[in-house]
Design a protein around this ligand. Structure first.
Ligand code: 5GP
Length: 125
């Protein structure tokens, strides 16, 4: 899939649409999801143009990859989710493609927590 420069996260990165920012560095931006599914629902995105986690894993530099994972840790710390900081944990999700129900075609992690997740979507019923 080629990268769509007009996807909503590309517009947020260009400053054309506002976001409720949590964390930013040279390679990463993190902000609150506009339609939170849990008490805490945060998105962590690379600034580079990657469509999904597969594309990111193949094409991103080591600095981009390590920055993204460090940003996830930082966001979990800021939101008091990290087990190592006395939090109660979280779920990290990368919806990918049609079967993964990915709506926005710019790679992003969802960090969700603040309440129990349950197993919906993770088990066949
Ligand atoms: P996906 O289904 O692609 O994994 O998730 C996309 C997420 O982006 C959804 O949870 C949706 O609520 C969120 N989202 C869509 N548009 C916007 C927006 O304009 N601002 C923010 N902050 N989140 C958005």
């Amino acid at each position: 899939m080629s990268y769509d420069e007009n996807n909503i996260f590309a517009k947020i990165l260009r400053g054309e649409i506002p976001c409720n920012k949590i964390y930013e560095d040279d390679f990463v931006l993190s902000f609150h999801d506009i339609n939170p599914q849990k008490k805490i629902h945060v998105l962590v995105i690379p600034k580079g143009s990657y469509t999904d986690v597969d594309d990111f894993s193949k094409r991103a530099s080591k600095d981009e990859i390590s920055s993204l994972m460090q940003a996830v840790a930082e966001v979990c710390k800021i939101n008091k989710l990290s087990l190592s900081e006395g939090g109660n944990g979280f779920r990290l999700i990368a919806n990918t493609g049609p079967d993964g129900s990915q709506e926005v075609p710019h790679f992003h992690y969802h960090v969700m927590g603040g309440e129990p997740m349950g197993l919906r979507g993770l088990r066949k019923v």
